[in-house]
Design a protein around this ligand. Structure first.
Ligand code: SF4
Length: 371
């Protein structure tokens, strides 16, 4: 068995400074990381930790928790200590929660200093506390909460307005020598968002957190995020991503990981190459692909499995994959590493593929190949 393919590269990565969010490096040459945000009340420590555990299991690398009340801020220390992945406290308006999050050992804090500028010396104190503890800060500008001055000047949340706002927020920290920052400039319109990040990428060297905000329910949000992140990441822009969906956060992580795998920015895990089916199909390809996907779920190896409906493209794709089936005449030709190893009746295709996949996975694990 050979090593998995190393995917072709799209573009050189934009050069950004590297920051350290707990155990996860963001920016520089660090791999693009996947984040999500809990939907529980942060003050409900048990439920929040439960959701973080689920997110961790789905591959989430950094998690953000909202911190709108004192009870939430009080929960941060336990959550930060017990979470297996770095926790970012998301804070608006309340400088005292920022200090509490830093003391609690949160891996980073999301706060916009513009929000707390009315307590002018607080920005300086935050910069000093964050610097002393090595806690990075994410400045997150969202179209929906754009500064009034900029809204008046630009008329709406244009890419220029979002970028100007973000850089102004950064300058409030830079005045105090603090540059341990990453930035997001989110918009619900992928076109505005892509242009905002492109502009921001030219204007600073901070690592960038990509997000399409309020992207919508799972289907629409997945597409918007995939299109926008795909455009930016293919230009080398983006250091960490969060897919925002009106869906359980583990779904966001699944989508995020799939986007990175599709772009070759991450070792592909299990990949099902299945044909769309057409009038030539001699088996129910959808059912077959669903059953094979379900049977192989959770397999932690970079395995490409081809499920093809007929002999037109079937043998070609099946031969290219680690494992595959080309169906025809109520039978399936089973390919392993390009060779037909057997032909089985249609009813046996799924179980044969799963059996063979297990054998290949065991061999890969023995060889130390995991995704
Ligand atoms: Fe149609 Fe066969 Fe191609 Fe599937 S492999 S789309 S059934 S021609």
């Amino acid at each position: 068995l050979g090593m998995p393919d190393v995917p072709a590269k799209l573009a050189d990565r934009r050069v950004s400074r590297k920051i350290q969010v707990g155990t996860v490096a963001v920016g520089g040459d660090a791999p693009v990381s996947v984040q999500s945000m809990t939907t529980t009340r942060t003050s409900d420590i048990g439920s929040t930790l439960q959701q973080i555990a689920e997110l961790t299991a789905s591959g989430c690398q950094i998690v953000r928790v909202a911190c709108p009340t004192q009870d939430d801020a009080d929960a941060l220390a336990t959550i930060a200590r017990k979470s297996q992945i770095p926790v970012i406290a998301d804070i608006h308006f309340q400088p005292k929660y920022v200090f509490q999050a830093i003391d609690a050992g949160c891996a980073a804090v999301r706060v916009n200093p513009g929000n707390i500028k009315q307590f002018d010396d607080k920005v300086k104190e935050i910069a000093h506390a964050a610097s002393a503890s090595g806690t990075p800060i994410r400045i997150g500008v969202n179209a929906g909460s754009l500064d009034k001055r900029l809204l008046e000047r630009y008329g709406k949340a244009t890419p220029e307005a979002l970028v100007e706002s973000a850089l102004w927020e950064c300058s409030l920290f830079e005045e105090h020598g603090f540059r341990d920052i990453k930035i997001s400039v989110k918009h619900n319109d992928p076109v505005v968002m892509v242009n905002a990040y492109r502009l921001l990428a030219q204007r600073c060297d901070y690592p960038l957190h990509l997000g399409v905000t309020e992207a919508g329910p799972a289907f629409q949000g997945t597409i918007k995020s995939a299109v926008a992140f795909g455009a930016l990441l293919s230009e080398g822009i983006g250091d960490t991503i969060r897919v925002s969906l009106s869906a359980p956060p583990a779904e966001e992580v699944k989508v995020g990981i799939q986007i990175l795998e599709s772009l070759g920015l991450r070792q592909r895990g299990l990949e099902i190459v299945s044909c769309p089916s057409c009038g030539r199909a001699q088996v129910d390809v959808y059912k077959l692909a669903d059953e094979v996907t379900a049977g192989l779920e959770g397999m932690d190896v970079p395995l490409r499995v081809a499920v093809m409906g007929c002999v037109v493209n079937g043998p070609g794709e099946a031969r290219e994959a680690d494992l595959g089936v080309a169906s025809g005449n109520g039978k399936g030709q089973i390919f392993v590493k390009g060779e037909v190893i057997k032909t089985v009746p249609e009813a046996k295709i799924v179980e044969t593929l799963i059996d063979e996949a297990m054998k290949i996975a065991e061999q890969m694990e023995r060889d130390g190949v995991t995704s």
